[in-house]
Design a protein around this ligand. Sequence first.
Ligand SMILES: *Cc1c(COP(=O)(O)O)cnc(C)c1O
Length: 389
Amino acid sequence: MDKPTRLLHAGRHPERYHGAVNVPVFRASTILHSSIAAMEASSHTPFEGVRYGRFGTPTTFALEEAVAALEGGTHCVATSSGLAAITGTLMALLQAGDHLLMTDSAYAPTRNFCDHVLARLGIETTYYDPCLGAGIAALIRPETRLIFTESPGSLTFEVQDLPAITAAAHAAGALVAIDNTWGVFHFQPFTKGVDISIQAATKYIVGHADAMLGTITTADKALWHRIKSSAAAFGHSAGTEEMYLGLRGLRTLPVRLAQHGATALELTRWLESRPEVARVLYPPLPSDPGHAVWARDFSGGCGLFGVILHPVGKAAIDAMLDGYQHFKLGYSWGGFESLVIPTTGGAIRRTATPWAPEGPSLRFHAGLESAADLRADLEQGFVRLAAAQ
Ligand SMILES: *Cc1c(COP(=O)(O)O)cnc(C)c1O
């Protein structure tokens, strides 16, 4: 079966639910046990079967099964947000005295967690150049337990060479995790040697800007058990309604993503030709520095890209952004609407590599509006930019 077909079926078991097409929302904390013997038996395998709401209900297991299929893994842990999936992974795999290699292009709250929580616990983080590929080997120490990657990077869109990084990590006995939110359907982490793949399911999996949800997936049951045990110890779990929305979003992910990607490609090609634009950050563009690795490792793109403008004053940028009709001002991405945020002024923090854009930078999400409407919106924005200069 092709992947979109598989994703229509993954995690569903209509025969268990009177033929209902979708897995029902199970609202449960208490699960009743039929006898003391059954209660005792379930406590020996706390993560198998339905035992207590926090450990998972049939809705949870359906989502975990479906996301494992999406990622090409075998086991998954659902969490209350993408950030909880990231911190849940870090806390499961690291302890005092351990060393973490973290990409310099990480999602800002990931960096914040390393600098403020892991540091307090005696776990040292070294940030590395996202583009160093096999050169990561020189940074691995005997106490390095985990290499954390995100590809393309948040806001700056560097594509990482995962096969090279995972080869170096495994030669040294370290694990590799990826924040695979951008690559959601088009990057298959486990075929590239990745051990743990994280989704901010809040973005494209939920797909409608109406729920917070995260997932941690592995292709190794023992590793999953380690992560699940730690996540359970911290009390991680995901909301029932949110998981239902994640499952529902997943069914249409391939078609939505095809549209987001086609529109983003059209818009970025046009933006590249504009005199106001210094550079467009979108790996599917042949001009992008990460294009070759992207073309080798990804089967497609999505709606999220960056734009660096030639130097221009803040008032002009504000006039451009304030007047957009379709590109709304808002954090997050992956929903049906187009969004934009400015990424200048401290939004991008670097410690291992310089980040020196030619001028102000922006991040756009191409939604499901028509590409023609979105292009007209951008065009009008440039008119306001010129008028305000
Ligand atoms: C949004 C995002 C997250 C965090 O997800 P939440 O569900 O908002 O906590 C993590 N990584 C990336 C790349 C993101 O864009």
